[in-house]
Design a protein around this ligand. Structure first.
Ligand code: 1GP
Length: 244
């Protein structure tokens, strides 16, 4: 499967919605139910991952269960080198660009690289940029958080990601953030790079999602809505990505 080239094609027709499931918070059974519902509502991809590690055994079970229940591709969104399963279709090979720890910039990636190669999982090179408040991923990833008004620094990281040859940039406010990434930051980042932009963290209502989409996000990610079974908001948000 050519996961990224399919996504690039989808993006040409408008924004794409991805659903984040945290394997640490789901059993194989609940993950399958949630993935099935999001597929029914039109979400395009299941992102599987979280900030804290899970055993490979559990990750395998959750991924197999999602695969059995849906036909959605799974992209791993790893929190560490151990978050790799060959059941996934692809993995964000990501670097937390504004981390103060070399672990999250390149060391976890170095440790995971031979396993990803052995499993023959498609890699999607991604520059991950964490904005205030950052939530758990900001703390765990030792991010030097970008202030919400500091659009210039976000733009600099995004241009650097493009220069490194990364395929996509992810602007992250942190899962469960009370506020999403500021729309003016998204807009200015978009205007300064030609690779797609993913936005996530704090997108919990159709109103917020509309602002993020209007700012130019190519991909929007929601996790908490599904975690909390808030399917009516989720459905409206996915409809927005489809111009409904
Ligand atoms: C976190 O961007 C994602 O990595 C999703 O955030 O849980 O706030 O939707 P939420």
């Amino acid at each position: 499967m050519h996961v990224w080239s399919n996504i690039v094609n989808m993006i040409k027709n408008g924004p794409v919605h991805m659903t984040l499931l945290d394997p640490e918070k789901e059993s194989p059974e609940t993950a399958a139910v949630k993935a099935k519902v999001t597929e029914k509502y039109g979400s395009s991809i299941i992102m599987l991952g979280g900030s804290t590690g899970v055993s490979k055994e559990h990750l395998d079970k959750v991924a197999i269960s999602i695969k059995r229940a849906t036909s959605l591709p799974i992209i791993l969104f790893p929190g560490s080198a151990s978050s790799v399963t060959e059941v996934a279709d692809a993995i964000y090979f990501m670097s937390l660009l504004n981390s103060n720890s070399v672990d999250y910039i390149i060391r976890h990636q170095m440790k995971a690289a031979p396993y990803i190669k052995k499993y023959n999982i498609e890699t999607i090179s991604m520059g991950y940029i964490v904005i205030e408040p950052g939530m758990t991923v900001g703390t765990v990833g030792k991010a030097e958080l970008i202030r919400r008004e500091d659009v210039d620094t976000a733009v600099r990281y995004a241009i650097a990601a493009e220069f490194f040859g990364m395929k996509v940039v992810y602007l992250e406010a942190g899962s469960g953030s009370p506020e999403p990434v500021p729309p003016d930051m998204i807009k200015t980042v978009k205007n300064n790079i030609s690779i797609p932009v993913i936005v996530g963290g704090g997108i919990r209502s159709p109103d917020i999602a509309r602002k993020i989409i209007d700012a130019g996000a190519n991909i929007i990610v929601t996790g908490t809505l599904v975690e909390e079974d808030d399917y009516s908001a989720l459905r409206e948000i996915i409809d927005l990505t489809k111009g409904k």
